[in-house]
Design a protein around this ligand. Structure first.
Ligand code: PXP
Length: 248
């Protein structure tokens, strides 16, 4: 069975598009609320929730994570960068697991995997810090043998394979097969190194058909497509409710 981790970052993106300057992150007219959406996702069968607190706080805020944790029903996988400030913050929030991701201020979303090879000592230090607190870490990496080996070498128990190239290749069958092959190899290398292998980024309702062939991946983390689908199927009810309220 492949587990589903639901990433609610884009719920916060939508809120920040309107209420960036409000002192509270939820309540009253400040919506949507990432914590409430996470609880709804759990009720609908999510096996875990992922939130990414970015250095620039462009979507999820610390208060969102704290609020979610008060009533979480599954587990929180918190994504942060390797920076000292973010690692301290993650330690103070006590998530169930941490996924270390690269961060580049100019990117719209996490674009590439973490360069564990190039940041070996810092990554090792951070993994040790979390391990001492009983928090398993995962490295969000491209399915590159060198990155997988480096992740195992520093003692990270999990990796999350970046599926972005596969997702972008999906409309082009020969490229799609190539990227699936790269991911399959990455999964196998990771497993042979004793790593738990998760995967995510860009998985949607179409390409999941291919992604699920990675059948020894423990968990897929999926965000954007699920939030988009909830808009698509929730819009009719939202419009008809407002129509009624205007005229009642
Ligand atoms: N995994 C990681 C490490 C991510 O940073 C993200 C979001 O950027 C995802 C998975 C989910 O990607 P998506 O929103 O495209 O489903």
């Amino acid at each position: 069975m492949i587990l589903l981790g639901v990433n609610v970052d884009h719920v916060a993106t939508l809120r920040q598009a309107r209420y960036r300057d409000e002192p509270n992150t939820f309540g009253g007219f400040v919506e949507p609320d990432p914590a409430s959406m996470a609880w709804l996702a759990e009720d609908a069968g999510a096996d875990g929730i992922t939130m990414h607190i970015r250095e620039d706080r462009r979507h999820v805020q610390v208060e969102d994570v704290q609020r979610y944790l008060e009533r979480k029903k599954t587990r929180l996988n918190l994504e942060v960068s390797l920076s000292g400030e973010m690692v301290e913050l993650a330690l103070s929030l006590k998530p169930d697991s941490v996924c270390l991701v690269p961060e580049n201020r100019m990117e719209v979303t996490t674009e590439g995997g973490l360069d564990v090879v190039g940041n070996l000592e810092r990554a090792r230090e951070v993994v040790d810090l979390f391990t001492k607190r009983g928090i398993p870490t995962s490295m969000f990496i491209d399915p590159d043998p060198a990155q997988l080996e480096a992740s195992a070498k520093i003692g990270s128990p999990w990796v999350e394979l970046h599926t972005g190239s596969f997702a972008r290749a999906w409309p082009f069958p020969p490229k799609r097969e190539h990227e699936l092959g790269v991911l399959t190899k990455g999964m196998e290398i990771g497993l042979s190194l004793g790593l738990q292998v998760n995967a995510g980024h860009g998985i949607n309702y179409e390409n999941v058909e291919g992604a699920r062939k990675l059948d020894r991946v423990t968990e897929f983390n999926i965000g954007h497509s699920i939030i988009c689908r909830s808009l698509r199927y929730g819009l009719s009810e939202a419009v008809s409710n407002m129509r009624q309220l205007l005229n009642s």
